[in-house]
Every structure is written in C-alpha cells, then in structure tokens.
Design a protein around this ligand. Structure first.
Ligand code: 6PG
Length: 258
C-alpha cells in the first residue's frame, strides 16, 4: 500500500523539483493508463518555477518516461487577481516556464480569467470551468489526481491566509478571498476541494519558512494560525517536499505513515 503521508527533506529547490517532477510524471501516467485523463493543479509562488522548467526540459528532450500532455488538464490551485500577463500572475509563471514550451492542447489549460473586473465573478467562472471539465453535478467536489500547493512564511497555503474568510469555506470549490495584509483579492481553491484530491504535494523551500514549518509540525496551534494544517486529504496521499533550510527548526522529523 502506498504511503498516505510522507515528509521528505531534500537538499534544495533543484532536489524538490526533481522529486516533484518524478511524482507528477508517475501520477500522470497512472491516471491516463487507468482513466485516460490526468487532472492536476499547479501551485503559485516562486518555488515551483524549478519544477515547471524541469518538466519542460524533460519534455523537450523526450526524457522517458514522458508526461502524456495530450490527456493532461492543467489548473492552478490559486491565482493573484492581476492580468494574466502581469509579473505576479501564477499563470504567467507557469506559462513562461512550462506551458509555452510543451505541446498541450490549449483547451486543456484552465487559467483563472482575472481580466474579469469582479473577483467574485472570476472565481465563479473558474468554479464553473472546473464543474464542466469534471462533469460535476450541483456542488460536488472534483477529485483531482494531483494538487500542488506551497506554504508561505505565515503558514498560508494556496491563498488561504490566516484570518481570512476563505479559510472556513466548506461548500464552494473556488472563491475570491480578500487578503487584508496584501490589500488584494486572491482566487483560491478551498479546503474541501483540496482535501478531495487523490494526492496533494506540499512544496516548501527557504529559511523564511522554518519558523512556520516547525510550528505546523510541532506546535499544538490550530490550523487557523497555520492554514496549511487544514490540508488533510480525506481519501488521498499527502506528500511534503521541503528543503533543509525550511526544515531547519523542526526538532524531530515526522515518520511516514499509512
Ligand atoms: C502564491 C501561492 C502561495 C505560495 C506560497 C509559497 O500565489 O503565492 O499560492 O501559497 O505557494 O506563498 O511561495 P514561494 O514558493 O514563493 O515561497
């Protein structure tokens, strides 16, 4: 039986990218073998850039085993509420490092249409796109084969920030979340959507995350203080890929668990 929980400490971002790319490829090939389609959500932030570049390089060089991009549907687990060509756009980051470098059907790439002048409407449109692609009825949650998320220095994940309304959204799949400390809206997957995934990979890098990661792993503080603690796939695997700098303040590393 594959592990339901695994916490891997790796030397740095390149090693995180390699482990993440290997898992991405493994899950993609199994999903396409079993169901003819692979549904994956990419993370935001800067840590994933190395993963995106590595997936692109392996694809260009046709390094086996290859990702079945024609049967792969790419989503984003959250998005900044900026135009898609804005430097802060998570879609732009993924597009520049990966999507523009591989041949994937454009209809398989599902970005948040942040051109929409109303953040709630942009979130509702993205929610509907997910419902359409997964053929969902009503408010059923999709079961992604793989969702990637990161963790901020404050313990946020996706765009579920401490003290924000989206943290307690238990019905909708995607919401617009006002983040006071950033003075902006974010569009984000919600806890029920994330936790319905078959596998969630948490990629965490940098010494600036060390305090929060030690708090997540060892404090008895609640998930409202460290929202990443809400990431608990109900019937899926949780894989942490963290670098030594981010793990630097953890006293005893968690053992893998089934
Ligand atoms: C974002 C992400 C956010 C990110 C963490 C880690 O849009 O920024 O949703 O949750 O994953 O803040 O970001 P870094 O990888 O840049 O440290």
């Amino acid at each position: 039986m594959s592990q339901k929980f695994e916490f891997r400490v790796l030397p740095g971002i390149p090693a995180i990218a390699q482990a993440a790319a290997d898992e991405f490829t493994r899950v993609a090939r199994e999903a396409v073998r079993d169901r003819g389609i692979f549904m994956v959500a990419l993370p935001g932030g800067s840590t994933p850039k190395a993963l995106f570049s590595l997936l692109a390089e392996r694809t260009v060089k046709k390094v086996p085993p290859e990702v079945p991009w024609a049967q792969t549907h790419l989503f984003l687990s959250d998005e900044r509420y900026v135009p898609p060509d804005h430097p802060d756009s998570n879609f732009r980051t993924a597009d520049e490092a990966l999507i523009s470098r591989i041949s994937i059907p454009p209809s398989n790439v599902h970005r948040v249409e942040t051109e929409n002048p109303d953040a709630a409407f942009a979130a509702a449109e993205y929610d509907q796109e997910i419902a359409n692609v997964f053929h969902l009825e009503g408010d059923a949650q999709p079961r992604f084969d793989l969702i990637f998320v990161g963790m901020g220095a404050d313990g946020h994940t996706a765009s579920l920030f401490p003290g924000t309304r989206a943290l307690h959204e238990l019905k909708r799949r995607v919401v617009a979340n006002w983040v006071p400390k950033l003075n902006t809206f974010r569009i984000t997957f919600t806890r029920p959507l994330i936790n319905n995934a078959a596998e969630v990979i948490l990629m965490v890098s940098g010494a600036d995350k060390a305090q929060a990661l030690a708090g997540v792993m060892e404090d008895d503080s609640g998930p409202d203080e460290y929202p990443v603690k809400y990431v608990q796939p109900t019937q899926g695997k949780l894989l942490w890929l963290v670098d030594e700098a981010a793990a630097g303040k953890i006293k005893s590393l968690p053992a893998a668990g089934s």
